[in-house]
Design a binder for this molecule. Structure first.
Ligand code: SAH
Length: 503
């Protein structure tokens, strides 16, 4: 029997990657192939190991540029080939998306499929703009309307006379480029010129912008503001409520773009922090973490772990690489029962906790010297194991050896510099759209200095260093640092930015 494939038509939500359903996430986790459209946030691909392909791009006025029958064909073929396929579509798959046509093609071909609804742009954008489409004082109905049709064409399917008299809120999808015609058609059909209108661009993303006005003046206001697709037009008195409950655009870092320099597969926490503060995270890793090629030295150390009195961890990568190897060799935490553990700072101590291990020593200040100094009194005549990267500062073994310890530096992962930034990062940087970059280690600071020097930037992003050591490295590399985190973690980096922005 051939293994049967399945296609999931999944709503990706409106832009905020947190607005994906649990079912949608599970589908992504299980998928072999993901075909995503131009509106789906690529950050959602972090939930999948599948091959992912963008099937279409929203061009400047939101129109699709790829042939739908080609997409249908791909879905059918992959399903018949036994693959688990996710067709990831912006918002909800059936609301002004051609999801139902994809479902029909799958049904016709006998490919099993399911539809996973998503949060459509209307609900998300209105709520993120502080507007309730059905506020009981303003509207008893909502209509989702396509703004794609030209209201001045006689053969129009939409009846603007009825729309103008609709007793509730009108929400136009795909209408930005026709806003003047939509507004004047409603006015011609006797909707009051003073009716409130909001146009919300890139709703629910940190780049959300909202312009409000009346049916009469909204076209000029939107033009002056230069709003871009995807945008939604909301017509109705419920828009007036926005002044009181505009929560999202009031978040501390709303509208700002923050460069996240962590290695890509460790950026989840920083991405979440950025979103929680209303900021757009831009992944711009400068180093990659790779497994080492030859584990023999590590394995020997682990088999004879009883010989060591202390293990010192100076990075979360070191913890992960070392403890996973312990597990893979068939041991568990019990082999560390006679070994004391020291961590360099709060992030490493936190990571250790996820392995149910408690650090015996964590210095107050996150710094190699501090860690070494807090160990000096314990290590005379003792053996210390230091799982580490293939490069980094050597201060720890220097101080500990001077204090009488025998230090074994054990490389458990490789650090490599990236060759350059992605095209998206370069474009955002060159356009002057990056507001802040977080520098979370001396190596990252040096790499950023090097990578940025290749471009002619109109406006240079402000820099925040995770610690004084990183600040020092940045300054030596010719960078100007605006602020230094008090707590030496990515939370600390964001706190420092919020603190400066507030002043
Ligand atoms: N299936 C999608 C809609 C696809 S039609 C959904 O359910 O949301 C594309 C239109 O959706 C765009 O032209 C725009 O009007 C609207 N849209 C999609 N995402 C949006 C966003 N983040 N902010 C504002 N409008 C959005």
């Amino acid at each position: 029997m051939t293994q049967s494939g399945k296609v999931y038509l999944v709503g990706a939500g409106p832009g905020d990657p947190g607005l994906l359903t649990l079912k949608g996430k599970r589908c992504l986790e299980e998928a072999d192939l993901v075909l995503y459209d131009g509106l789906a946030n690529p950050l959602l691909l972090r939930h999948t190991h599948a091959t992912a392909e963008r099937t279409s791009r929203a061009d400047s006025d939101g129109r699709r540029t790829l042939d739908q029958s080609e997409i249908n064909q791909r879905l059918v073929e992959a399903g018949l080939a036994g693959k688990i396929v996710v067709r990831l579509k912006g918002g909800d798959p059936f609301i002004f998306g051609r999801g139902s046509e994809e479902a029909k093609a799958l049904a016709d071909a006998g490919v099993p499929y399911e539809v996973v609804p998503g949060i459509t742009a209307a609900t998300a954008a209105s709520e993120y703009a502080g507007i309730s489409m059905t506020h009981r004082e303003h509207a008893s109905a909502v209509a989702f309307v396509t703004g794609h049709e030209d209201p001045t064409k006689p053969e129009l399917a939409l009846d603007y006379e009825h729309l103008a008299n609709f007793p509730g809120t009108l929400v136009f999808y795909m209408g930005l480029h026709r806003l003047p015609a939509i507004a004047s058609s409603l006015i011609e059909n006797e909707k009051s010129k003073q009716t409130q209108v909001a146009v919300i661009s890139r709703g629910s993303t940190p780049l959300q912008r909202t312009v409000t006005g009346t049916l009469e003046n909204i076209p000029q206001l939107v033009k002056a503001a230069g709003l871009r697709p995807p945008s939604l037009i909301i017509v109705g008195e419920c828009v007036s409520q926005r002044d009181e409950i505009n929560w999202f655009e009031s978040l501390p870092l709303a509208g700002m773009t923050i460069g996240i320099t962590r290695p890509e597969d460790q950026a989840d926490n920083a991405i979440e922090l950025a979103h929680a503060l209303g900021a757009q995270p831009l992944l711009m890793p400068t180093i990659e973490i790779h497994p080492i090629g030859d584990w023999s030295e590590v394995d020997t150390a682990i088999h004879s772990i009883q010989n060591y009195d202390w293990i010192t961890f100076t990075s979360v990568n070191g913890i992960d690489a070392f403890l996973r190897r312990v597990w893979d060799l068939g041991y568990d935490n019990r082999i560390l029962s006679n070994t004391k553990i020291a961590c360099i700072g709060p992030a490493t101590a936190e990571r250790l906790k996820t392995y149910s291990l408690r650090a015996d020593v964590v210095p107050e200040i996150y710094r190699g010297e501090e860690l070494a100094n807090s160990l000096v009194e314990h290590v005379d005549g003792k053996k210390v194991l230091w799982p580490r990267a293939n490069r980094g500062r050597e201060i720890l073994p220097e101080i500990l050896t001077a204090a009488g310890a025998e230090v074994h530096s054990l490389v458990v992962y490789d650090h490599r510099d990236v060759e350059g930034f992605s095209e998206e990062v370069i474009k955002t940087l060159v356009n002057g759209e990056v507001d802040w970059i977080g520098l979370s280690s001396p190596t990252i600071a040096r790499n950023i200095a090097n990578l940025i020097s290749k471009f002619d930037l109109n406006s240079v992003p402000r820099l925040v260093a995770i610690s004084p050591v990183t600040e020092q490295a940045a300054m030596e590399a010719g960078l100007e640092v605006s602020t230094v985190a008090t707590v030496h973690t990515w939370d600390g980096i964001f706190d420092a930015i919020v603190h400066l922005v507030k002043r």
